[in-house]
Design a protein around this ligand. Sequence first.
Ligand code: AMP
Length: 538
Amino acid sequence: MDGLMMDYPLTIAHLFDRVGRFFPRTELVTRRPDKSIHRSSYGDFHARAQKLANALQRLGVKPGDRVATLGWNTQRHLEAYFAVPLSGAVLHTLNPRLSATDLAYIMNHAGDQVLLVDDVLYPVFERFAHEVKPKHVIVWGHGGPVPPNTIDYEQLIEPEIPSFAVPRIEENQALGLCYTSGTTGRPKGVVYSHRAVVLHSMVSAMPDSLGLGQADVMMPVVPMFHVNAWGLPFTAVMTGTKQVFPGPHLDPASLLGLIASEKVTFTAGVPTLWLGILDALDKNPGAFDTSSLKAMVVGGAAAPQSMIEAFEKRHKLNVLHAWGMTETTPLGTVSRLKPHLDGRPDAERFKTRASQGLAVPFVDVRAVGESGAPVAWDGKSMGELQVRGPWVARSYFQNPVEADKFTMDGWFRTGDIVTFDAEGYMRITDRSKDVIKSGGEWISSVELENALMGHPAVKEAAVVGLPHPKWTERPVACVVLREGATATPAELREFLEPMFAKYCLPDAFVFMAAIPRSAAGKFLKSALREQLKDYKLE
Ligand code: AMP
């Protein structure tokens, strides 16, 4: 039909041009490893990213080549976020918390040609350097000499001109690559396209999604190696939002210091991070000015309701619960109250806010039960969450083994077990491999954990199912107590009793010093089950 719209590719080249033109004076702030503060701007970033793109071309990087990064959240990492895809190459973020074996596997599987690495993370690279073959290693240094056979980043980009002729980029071209490490099998690569990142940024910025605008100050605490810091650096460039990068210093006092000094309005991270911040605020009343903060996004693992309530009631801070995965770029759902739910009693409001929320525009969701049919949206029926949308992966990078994660009719099987209520709010009850099957009923480990973490003596709790001769499996709660606090199994059981059906209550409570965690900071239930494998239930 004639009279239609232009065929304009959705690529991040537009976001990059726009921020350089409209927001050159908006600040970018980075905390260096020595804790000093580096102040810069989008104007500076715009010039330096183009210098980097020219330098990469000079080093022989071709469209489609993979360029890896091993870095904390910094302005230089943001430069790579744009320079690499603008040159037509693929930005591959590596997680320094993974084992050397996994990192070597991932770099080789991806075929990375170049590595950009923080000087403070160079020792991580050294542990697997002999197993990989990037053509060039570029070090984000801080003035001192760089290791032998590596290139100093500043010296590399210094002679380049701050203007790069961007080649034609198609919207479905690869922009980035991120590996997700399951608890079983090898890590799997997810490839993000320009189109996916652009559409994801647009929807993320919407007021009822994460909500970001030019008046905000955004501090991503979620690492830039974890699903592109949930896409936030891209979203903030699109909206012209000031960014504050905490570098390697992720302790509560450093982060709270930046929130106060930079007047951060928006920040994001995993629940364990916010539990640490909550503890610091509780212990030092009045020590940190958090009055600028409008939203603290929490995701990556379930946010305990008690934590959301504590932030709001004790510190007037708004925690926004969101769900996503590496395979979904990652934003899938956000829990904001619909206006008619806002007036409800506190107990109900907080319960809804602690759910994973409503699917954002362009993400379709359904929960599929054991029969293979979608379950009712009644707040009770559980099923496996399946999603589809323009920023949901269609397959893994060069990995035919995991093809069964993608259904014949075009959905991605997340492996999360969920319910939907009649309003559409989604609640994660488990990972499919963690759900506890007891006497034909499913018991949600996540609900038990969240309830336990509401007990004043409990710092952390993880619940796993252990084999049981009669019931197949029974729940066992692993509990870390707060410093100096005490609680007996009987007290904890009594605390849970009013909230759960009797068959859901844990058969045992095991106290431990720490709960094993994955590289992304999540409870590692496979390790817990292994730890408890000789535990005999009565
Ligand atoms: P990753 O790909 O490493 O980001 O992990 C994605 C998985 O983390 C999801 O499939 C969920 O199991 C879990 N997850 C992410 N966000 C949440 C959340 N808000 N509540 C509970 N689990 C979550």
